[in-house]
Ligand binder design. Structure first.
Ligand SMILES: Cc1ncc(COP(=O)(O)O)c(C=O)c1O
Length: 325
């Protein structure tokens, strides 16, 4: 990847003149069966750009209460986009389609117009859950019946594709906009894309510029993303298998439901454990194993291309040691 970065041909992307960025955008748009795509520095900027494309200020977007869009984007949907969000209760990654349909407000000037539904695939706080294709199709039908758009926060949609074997363009066709990240499991240092129609992506370039995301010789980063797509997509299956092995080793301690682990996320539920998540994470860090703290009794383990089989053995040894003590 470093070699690809060094060799990248570059130009000024604000003028649309960076050939490496242009090629990556065309490649990713085609993967999802869409007309166009636009490179952004972060997944958050890709999400915020996409939702601004779909929902005018003052109008409303539906999503789940654990969505990255409403949990980790620091209120940007409201603060920058002026968009109201209304959430359905998160149910561990899957979605009650009828409940979402019931949330859509009837037309009328006196109520906030519902404009879009946002989903997350795979679902980060849902423990890396892969939302079933049939659920997503059901949501698309609800959206079509009500004239709504559907956005997919597909930061980790690559994992859903590998886990369920659903082609990327099958997912792509279900959504009006997608955000996809090259900097998560695919292992690029930076980079996400918004994927949509040519008309929307033309508007997206204005929104990105307004957000301060117009970048110059950024082909060095696009080259890393292109390398990641070529070399690191199929190998996500290894990360999934390692996550499952880690989950199965921790399951006897009652802190993981191994059956729920479908991708590279291992959600930790420490409610029945003697340690809270901060204490658990601190003890693990001291021994070189990093654990994310999601709540007082909730944590997250994640596998990625820098963690090999020996790393998983080591993590199992350290984490089971803490749980035994
Ligand atoms: C589901 C999901 N969406 C979006 C993002 C945002 O990505 P970034 O950190 O590049 O802004 C993340 C980051 O972890 C994520 O997990």
């Amino acid at each position: 990847m470093r070699v690809a970065i060094a060799a990248a041909e570059v130009g000024d992307d604000v003028y649309g003149e960076d050939p490496t960025v242009n090629a990556l955008e065309a490649r990713v748009a085609a993967l999802f069966g869409h007309e166009a795509a636009m490179f952004t520095p972060t997944g958050s900027m890709a999400n915020q750009t996409a939702v601004q494309l779909l929902v005018p200020p003052g109008d409303e977007m539906l999503c789940d209460a654990d969505a990255h869009l409403v949990t980790y984007e620091i209120g940007a949907t409201a603060a920058i986009g002026g968009i109201s969000t209304r959430t359905w209760p998160a149910v561990g990654g899957d979605i009650d389609v009828d409940a979402v349909a019931a949330m859509v407000r009837p037309a009328g000037y006196y109520a906030v117009p519902t404009r879009a539904i946002a989903v997350e695939q795979t679902h980060n706080r849902g423990g890396g859950a892969v939302i079933p294709l049939s659920t997503l199709e059901g949501l698309r039908a609800v959206a079509d019946a009500n004239g709504l758009a559907v956005h997919c926060d597909g930061a980790r949609i690559w994992h859903a594709h590998i886990a369920d074997g659903v082609p990327l363009d099958t997912y792509g066709r279900l959504f009006d906009t997608l955000s996809v990240c090259l900097s998560k499991g695919l292992g690029a240092p930076i980079g996400s894309l918004v994927v949509s129609s040519a008309e929307r992506i033309a508007r997206a370039r204005v929104i990105r510029k307004r957000l301060g995301g117009g970048m110059r010789q950024v082909g060095v980063l696009a080259a890393a993303g292109d390398y990641a797509l070529t070399h690191h997509l199929a190998r996500l299956a290894d990360d999934h298998a390692r996550a499952r092995r880690l989950a199965e080793a921790l399951a006897p301690f009652g802190v993981v439901d191994a059956e729920r682990v479908r991708s590279n996320v291992v959600p930790l539920d420490l409610r029945k454990s003697t340690v809270d998540s901060a204490t658990f994470a601190a003890a693990a860090r001291e021994q070189g194993v990093l654990v994310s703290v999601l709540g007082p009794r909730a944590g997250r383990l994640l596998t990625h291309l820098d963690v090999d089989d020996d790393g998983i053995d080591r993590a199992i040894e350290v984490l089971t040691g803490i749980l035994r003590s």
